[in-house]
Design a binder for this molecule. Structure first.
Ligand code: AMP
Length: 218
């Protein structure tokens, strides 16, 4: 299977659909956001820097991002493809990533834009909860995304948490960063004929079906 890159505004469904695709096809889910959140749990300078930038809705320094990505995609479980959730997030990252893939003799795969209007994405923020262990995303506002038992991860059985940057103020900042830095990737990948667009406001079943059609067609 080829790798998949998801592009979406914050709360546009990257985490949710990455999880679904990865469990179905048994390939790794690489979320730079999750890897960075893990780093914030460490009580050191790097952890504080990342935490602060996340709260401001800014992108984290490319050097840190590439250290995480380079290390992860050479692992054995990535041999048959992987899903990238939240990376690349700028044209600069996309270019450096292509150079990295070339040096590793790996393919980029396909890029899927989860097209989500801002009003819908920002509404999702207030009900969003995630599992601190496996990263699975739930949403108390949508029946199909609620956990079986309130606030408990269906798989890990641990209490769900709310992300610190899932608040109205930080959402605005994250969204502005998306428009400025990440949205230009849409035309970038379109011009390379690598972009597929899925309307993420359809039912989760329909979105998943469209994503699978794209992946199988690759
Ligand atoms: P996410 O979980 O994808 O919403 O990411 C949460 C936060 O982590 C973002 O708002 C950024 O501060 C940071 N982040 C995640 N991925 C990247 C990336 N590829 N480059 C820079 N910063 C990132």
């Amino acid at each position: 299977m080829k790798s998949v890159i998801f592009i979406a505004p914050p709360a546009g469904g990257k985490g949710t659909f990455s999880n679904m695709i990865c469990s179905k096809y048994n390939i790794p889910h690489i979320s730079t956001g999750d890897l960075l959140r893990e780093a914030t749990y460490k009580d050191n300078e790097m952890g504080s820097y990342i935490k602060e930038q996340m709260q401001l809705g800014n992108l984290i320094n490319d050097e840190i991002i590439f250290e995480l990505i380079e290390k992860r995609i050479v692992e054995d479980d990535c041999k048959n493809g992987y899903v990238l959730d939240g990376f690349p997030r700028s044209i600069e990252q996309a270019i450096t990533y292509e150079e990295l893939l070339l040096s590793l003799n790996k393919d980029l795969g396909c890029v899927i834009l989860l097209d989500t209007p801002k009003e819908i994405a920002s509404k999702r923020i207030s009900g969003r909860l995630s599992c601190p262990k496996c990263g699975k995303v739930y949403n108390s506002f949508f029946n199909e995304m609620k956990p079986k038992y309130e606030n408990i991860c269906d798989d890990c059985k641990v209490s769900l948490i709310k992300r610190e940057d899932d608040n109205e103020k930080t959402y605005e900042l994250r969204y502005n960063t998306y428009i400025e830095k990440t949205q230009p990737l849409i035309n970038y990948y379109k011009s390379k004929n690598l972009l597929y667009v899925v309307n993420s406001t359809l039912s989760p079943e329909e979105v998943l079906k469209q994503i699978e059609d794209i992946i199988r067609g690759e």
